[in-house]
Design a protein around this ligand. Structure first.
Ligand code: IMP
Length: 468
């Protein structure tokens, strides 16, 4: 039995915690898209692990795989591997030969594009080179992990990638790519237009050398695999695979608030094309959508339920609303059910994991958007263009609030120990979305997720996601 864990909102739903809990029953945990733009936090008692690239399940001892759909920043990868080793873990991480590499010029191009964009056009990316690396992949001038162990071939790939990326950065973004400016500078308005330190971002010699060094290490540690073959063999041997989505459905390049999206597919189809595992094997299991009880977003783009500044500041104070990777203040909003309904349909959720139920206890009011008013009509799903998004007016229902002082005890005692209001909220969501809530997060720790029905145990929800 396999399971896929997917963010149903804008990312930052608390997927890492759920993956960590379920990974106890998994042999392999695989990330199928994205790169070091993710920020997954795993808390075990006093210990907190913040991971951007390695699948969170490795903290539980599962084999971690970065599938071909990922874009891999090797500096970050090895930094994470080394830090986990220093902390006494023995991470077994494999990387798909067909995964793409994020190189310094991708990061440069990402930041140059953002700096050159007018305010309303900037995506608000994490600046990690994710978009340019996927552009190179689709444009067929990308560098793949397997290329890192073929020196001559690699050099040709680097030359091609450097010259293509440089041309775009200079022509489209008016970026200076040849000068090493040394210390980053900041513009008068506090922006980062000239704050790009080119260093060796476009110098093929050091880039090739460093990629070859990474290639040696990947090879000597036996980390490069044909992900599809590796995972299929494990699946056929009866092992359990957890597909770990990063980011969320609303920033999926196809199904999100395009163009304010990331450049990959966090949605369920991504688990297939991003790993090389057959649709039948991926579908041989459950798809759990992670839903946070309120909304937050780093980066720009539509968010009809966005709170006003004053309330957002209060909520940010309560929930520590700053991006894990970027440190930027998150935009805050009320739970938006048209978005989750859209996510449930696109991904075929068989269960939902509701997170941050303890955080919501601190709210003096909880509103939920159940539909939008759009051009005089009430709609239950999301639109597909930015102008239509901007015309969406949320229709709210207020729900009963709750409070509790000992979430640890509640987590230990289980679902029935939740405050009445929280259980009513769960029932309300199940009714609105027609998907059962299979797990409830009442804190960041491994022991603070109440699992009502473990999708990896298999017997507790049927293929329609209904309780058995
Ligand atoms: P990129 O993925 O860095 O290109 O950023 C594109 C958009 O996705 C921006 O709005 C980012 O803030 C957002 N984003 C990327 N990764 C994450 C994530 O892991 N959590 C939340 N938002 C993200």
């Amino acid at each position: 039995m396999n399971a896929t864990i997917i963010g149903s909102q804008f990312g930052d739903e608390g997927k890492g915690g759920l993956v960590d809990v379920l990974a106890a029953d998994a042999d392999v945990v695989v990330r199928y898209q994205g790169g070091a733009n993710a920020g997954h936090t795993v808390a075990h008692g006093e210990d907190t692990y913040k991971l951007r690239l390695i699948p969170s399940g490795v903290v539980q001892g599962a084999v971690g795989v970065l599938g071909n759909g990922c874009v891999v920043d090797l500096d970050t990868l090895f930094d994470e591997v080394d830090r986990l080793r220093e902390r006494g873990l023995d991470p077994d991480v494999r990387v798909a030969a067909c995964a793409h590499v994020v190189a310094p010029f991708h990061r440069f191009a990402d930041r140059a594009a953002e700096s050159a964009a007018a305010d309303e056009e900037a995506i608000g990316t994490t600046g990690n080179g994710i978009g340019p690396a996927y552009e190179a992949k689709a444009g067929r001038y990308g560098i793949r992990v397997g290329d890192l162990v073929e020196p001559e071939h690699l050099r040709a790939r680097v030359d091609a990638a450097v010259s293509r990326t440089r041309r775009v950065a200079e022509a489209d973004f008016d970026a200076e790519t040849t000068v090493n400016r040394g210390e980053a500078e900041t513009t008068d308005d506090g922006g980062t237009a000239t704050a790009i330190d080119t260093d060796d971002a476009f110098d093929p010699d050091p880039i090739t050398d460093s990629l070859l060094t990474f290639g040696d290490r990947l090879e000597s540690e036996g980390m490069i695999v044909d992900a599809g073959a590796f995972l299929t063999e494990r699946h056929r041997a009866g092992e359990t695979i957890l597909f770990e989505g990063a980011q969320g459905t609303q920033i999926d390049v196809d199904f999100g608030t395009y163009p304010f999206v990331t450049s990959s597919n966090p949605t369920a189809g991504g688990a297939i094309v991003g790993t090389g595992v057959s649709p039948r094997a991926v579908a041989d299991g459950h798809v759990v959508g992670v839903v946070k009880g309120y909304l937050s977003r780093v980066g720009n783009g539509p968010m009809p339920t966005e709170m006003d500044d004053e309330r957002a500041a209060t909520v940010r104070e309560l929930v520590g609303g700053f991006g894990t990777v970027t440190g930027r203040p998150r935009r805050m909003g009320w739970l938006d059910l048209p978005m989750v309904r859209h996510a449930a349909r696109v991904n075929g959720f068989t269960g939902l994991a509701l997170t941050h139920v303890d955080t919501l206890a601190a709210f003096d009011e909880i509103r939920v958007c159940t539909a939008y008013e759009l051009d005089g009509e009430r709609v239950a799903d999301v639109p597909s263009t930015i102008p239509a998004w901007e015309r969406c007016e949320p229709v709210y229902e207020s729900v009963e609030t709750w409070s509790a002082d000992d979430w640890g005890r509640i987590a230990e005692s289980g679902y029935d120990a939740l405050p009445d209001g929280a259980r009513a909220f769960v029932a309300f969501l199940e009714d609105q979305l027609d998907v059962p809530v299979v797990a409830i997060g009442v804190g960041p720790g491994r022991d603070e997720t109440i699992v009502r029905r473990n999708p990896l145990a298999g017997q507790q929800i049927d293929t329609e996601g209904r309780p058995t």
